[in-house]
Design a protein around this ligand. Structure first.
Ligand code: AMP
Length: 217
C-alpha cells in the first residue's frame, strides 16, 4: 500500500507513520528526518539546507524531489510519505516519478490540527541531548523544571520549535501545502481525520481507512 500523510507541522504525521510502518510493514519516508540527519552529519547537503530549516522555510523543491525519487525505487512493498509533497510542484513531480516506476498512491490521509494545538505541541517541546528523551512542558513535563528525569541534564529546544519559527512553519503550511488537500480530493483519494485526539484513537481511524482500501482492492 502506498500512502501520503498530509497535515501541518505538529499534526502527528511522524508518530502515525511509525505506527503504520510497524503494523503494515511498509516503509516510512520522512523528508524532515532525512534532512535533519544530513544537518547533524554536517554533509554538503546538510549545510545547504540548514538555514532554510532553522527559519521554518521550505527547502528548494529539487533537493527534496531527488531525495524522495531515490528512496521510492526501493519501496516496492509500499511506502508512507511523511512531509512530502509540500508544494503543488512537488505533488506533480511525484506523479511523474510514480508513473515511471509504475506505482500509484492508494490513500492521502489528511490529519487536521488547529494552530493553537500546534503551538502547544511544538513550542513547548523539549529534548535531552544525552538520552534523546522528549518532553512537552504542558502535556508531558519533566519532574523538575526543564531538567531530564533520567540524566539530570538541562533540556533544550530545537531551533525550529521556537514559537516564532513554529508560527512561520504553520504559515508556510497554509500557503504552500494546504492547497494539496483539494488536489488530492479531486483525485478521489483524500481522507480527512481529526488529529486532536489520543495517538491510539488517531491510529484507529487510519487503520480503518487502510483496511477498507485493502478490502476493496
Ligand atoms: P518536518 O520535520 O517534516 O516538519 O520538516 C522539517 C523541515 O524540513 C521543514 O520545515 C522544511 O524546512 C524541511 N522539509 C521537510 N520536508 C520538506 C519538503 N517536502 N519540502 C521542502 N522542505 C521540506
Amino acid at each position: 500500500m502506498n500512502i501520503i500523510l498530509l497535515g501541518c507541522p505538529g499534526a502527528g504525521k511522524g508518530t502515525q507513520a511509525k505506527l503504520i510502518e510497524k503494523k503494515y510493514n511498509i516503509k516510512q519516508i520522512s523528508t524532515g528526518d532525512i534532512l535533519r540527519e544530513e544537518v547533524k552529519k554536517g554533509t554538503e547537503l546538510g549545510l545547504k539546507v540548514k538555514e532554510y530549516m532553522d527559519k521554518g522555510e521550505l527547502v528548494p523543491d529539487e533537493i527534496v524531489i531527488k531525495i524522495v525519487e531515490k528512496r521510492l525505487k526501493n519501496c516496492k512493498n509500499g511506502f508512507i510519505l511523511d512531509g512530502f509533497p509540500r508544494t503543488l510542484n512537488q505533488a506533480l513531480k511525484l506523479d511523474e516519478i510514480l508513473e515511471k516506476l509504475d506505482m500509484k498512491i492508494d490513500a492521502v490521509i489528511n490529519i487536521e490540527v488547529s494552530e493553537d494545538e500546534v503551538i502547544r505541541r511544538l513550542a513547548y517541546r523539549r529534548s535531552c541531548r544525552k538520552c534523546g528523551a522528549v518532553y512537552n512542558l504542558i502535556y508531558n513535563p519533566p519532574k523538575n523544571d526543564e531538567i531530564c528525569d533520567f540524566c539530570n541534564e538541562p533540556l533544550y529546544q530545537r531551533d525550529d520549535d521556537k514559537e516564532d519559527v513554529v508560527r512561520r512553519r504553520f504559515k508556510v503550511y497554509k500557503e504552500s501545502t494546504e492547497p494539496l488537500i483539494n488536489f488530492y480530493k479531486e483525485k478521489g483519494i483524500l481522507y480527512t481525520i481529526n488529529g486532536e485526539r489520543d495517538v491510539d484513537e488517531v491510529f484507529n481511524s487510519i487503520a480503518e481507512i487502510l483496511e477498507n482500501i485493502q478490502k476493496s482492492k
